[in-house]
Design a protein around this ligand. Structure first.
Ligand code: CAP
Ligand code: MG
Length: 423
């Protein structure tokens, strides 16, 4: 036989070499399909193979590139596959993902399939640039060294004029927050163009900095089709803004790589939002894990990435999951660390849960939990800062609230538990 059948891709006990990429899949097959043969199908379809084992074009040379299933556990649904370095184009995330997260999901034998993790070899990892700033950069810019950084997303998400938006941003900064960020779907709107908003917000930021003596940062969402994104980024660079925000999943990996290249050497950071990730990550038996997405985003060079609130907020995801993701973003690796961002359903009352779960090395943004404050955005921001200062000083929030009416009002409205859904 000249070709290669699915079973030829199975090599239990094979030890991956140091230059191979290892992908950990979770596989469930249709009732009529054989687990081991389907695992071979995954390796074939994601490397060199196809359904017909007898290709007239197959050669000994081509056969060498076949991926190898080296571990199989049908009970736990785990399949581990090793891929040689020549299967990948260095520095191209789209090509790597078309291989290992491509056609495999559509094979008839596959009922459910999830990429749990992708373990990169040094050579392939180092063909990517990684972050420029990460958390260290954010600390450098703001001078905030000994606590997490806190900020807000102006709400409502859409609908405010650029003037009203900038006013709320100013209130948040003056109230004591470090960061103001655009929302994931706030780009350039009929009622709020990005040019006008960014100009007004950066003016507001400068004013807040003069008044507070603190350095502030603004994550400006430049997400758009690539050409327009880069035009907007150039405008932000002209305005001297230190951060560009980009929705990595809806905007895409290739545009992210283009953005990172465009910013190379300019010391301007990428704040990455993960909108749409739930469509990929939410089912524990199908899709792509957030862990894998964290690794790809870190390689491509985001500086910050939303990675969950450890159960303190409104979005699905517990402490164990958040810590796994935060570790993947922060631990020493082939490229610099990324700053993890906790966001979604946070308010001043959950600050102790947040800090006790996540430590000090992260950033966090509060939308409804600032602008929903009964006294308005500035008091909402003050209440967050009061909750942070009290928590770091070991003072229970109800005690701190006795001295701070803004915090007291926040606790009276929201309590000290996460919104709907429990801790
Ligand atoms: C938070 C947020 C965030 C999501 C992201 C929002 O606002 O701006 O985009 O929570 O979640 O629009 O909902 P609130 P994740 O503080 O008002 O909830 O980081 O999990 O992707
Ligand atoms: Mg948002």
């Amino acid at each position: 036989m000249r070709g290669m059948s699915y079973s030829d891709f199975i090599e239990p006990g094979y030890k991956p070499t140091r230059d191979e990429l290892v992908v950990v899949f979770r596989l469930e097959t249709e009732d009529w399909a054989d687990f081991t043969r389907t695992a071979g199908g995954l390796a074939a379809e994601s490397s060199i193979g196809t359904w017909d084992p007898e290709l007239s074009t197959m050669s000994d040379e081509a056969r060498k590139y076949g991926a190898r299933v080296f571990e199989l556990d049908e009970g736990r649904h785990i399949v581990k596959i090793a891929y040689g370095p020549d299967l990948f184009e260095a520095g191209s995330m789209p090509q790597i993902l078309s291989s290992v997260t491509g056609n495999v999901y559509g094979l008839k034998e596959v009922k459910h399939l999830r990429v749990e993790d992708t373990i990169f070899p040094e050579g392939l990892a180092k063909s990517f640039p990684g972050p420029q700033l990460g958390l260290a950069g954010m600390r450098e810019i703001t001078g905030v060294k000994d606590r997490p950084l806190f900020g807000t997303i102006v709400k409502p998400k859409l609908g405010l004029s650029a003037e009203r938006w900038a006013e709320a941003a100013y209130d948040a900064w003056v109230g004591g927050l470090d960061i103001v960020k655009d929302d994931e779907n706030l780009t350039s709107m009929t009622f709020n163009s990005c040019e006008r908003r960014w100009k007004l917000v950066i003016d507001a930021k400068n004013k807040a900095e003069r008044e507070t003596g603190e350095k502030k940062i603004y994550f400006a969402n430049a997400t758009a089709p690539t050409g327009e994104l880069l035009r907007r980024v150039d405008y932000l660079l002209d305005l001297g803004n230190e951060y560009v925000m980009y929705d990595i999943l809806t905007g895409g990996w290739s545009t992210l790589q283009e953005l990172r290249t465009h910013l190379d050497g300019k010391g301007v950071g990428i704040h990455a939002h993960r909108a749409q990730h739930g469509a990929l990550t939410r089912l524990p038996y199908h899709g792509i894990s957030m862990l894998a997405i964290c690794r790809w985003a870190r390689l491509c060079g985001v500086d910050n990435l939303h990675a969950g609130t450890a159960g303190a907020g409104k979005m699905e995801g517990d402490k164990k999951e958040a810590l796994e993701l935060y570790d993947a973003l922060r631990e020493p690796w082939y490229v610099k660390p990324v700053a993890p961002v906790a966001s979604g359903g946070l308010h001043p009352g959950v600050v102790p849960i947040l800090i006790s779960a996540l430590g000090k090395d992260f950033a966090s943004t509060f939308g409804g939990g600032v602008h929903g404050h009964p006294g308005g955005s500035r008091k909402g921001a003050q209440a967050v800062r009061q909750a942070v200062d009290a928590t770091l000083a070991g003072i229970p929030l109800p005690d701190a609230a006795k001295k701070h009416p803004e915090l007291a009002a926040a606790l009276a409205k929201w309590g000290m538990k996460p919104p709907s859904g429990g801790e």
